[in-house]
Unconditional design. Structure first.
Length: 167
């Protein structure tokens, strides 16, 4: 009986530690101003407030219902991840998602961290979404300006070669 009582006490303490750990993770992710989502065993364990505010309630409900794919909320565009399953741990620059909503289109760089929330062998994965929309649009603008300048320089050189002197 003592062994069973001690085992029960250990289990109760472990569950309390797990609840406290989950509460701490929830507070930390909510204090993070960018959207983030936590998965455990390929199921959503937690969404922070910023993630929830990024999407309409009906999108989140659908997302949580069909939790088998992690791509429901992302745009399928060339050069962007269609789902979190395509996360590339080798080339972090490829880990971008595009999200279009009524408020406009946002581009996020996704960062993945593997953490152990509970004191067991199950690891949780947390995805942070850093807004890089402005940075991406600036890259496009710079490329456009560069192309225009290259064309201007090319045209100037071409015109100089075709000019014949008037005698």
């Amino acid at each position: 009986d003592r062994a069973k009582a001690q085992e029960l006490e250990i289990r109760v303490r472990q569950e309390k530690i797990n609840r406290i750990s989950e509460h701490i993770v929830a507070q930390i992710t909510d204090s993070y101003q960018s959207p983030c989502i936590v998965y455990s065993n390929d199921k959503v364990r937690y969404l922070n407030d910023a993630f929830c505010s990024l999407f309409e309630a009906e999108d989140l409900e659908k997302f949580l219902e069909d939790n088998t794919s992690k791509c429901i909320l992302f745009d399928e565009r060339s050069g962007f991840m269609p789902s979190l399953d395509f996360y590339d741990k080798e080339d972090l620059t490829k880990n971008r998602v595009s999200i279009s909503k009524r408020i406009g289109r946002k581009i996020y760089r996704v960062i993945r961290k593997i953490i152990n929330i509970d004191n067991n062998d199950d690891l949780s994965v947390i995805y942070f979404f850093n807004d890089i929309t402005l940075e991406e649009y600036q890259k496009i603008k710079i490329k456009s300006y560069t192309d225009m300048l290259e064309e201007l320089v090319f045209n100037q050189r071409y015109k100089k070669r075709n000019i014949t002197p008037i005698v």
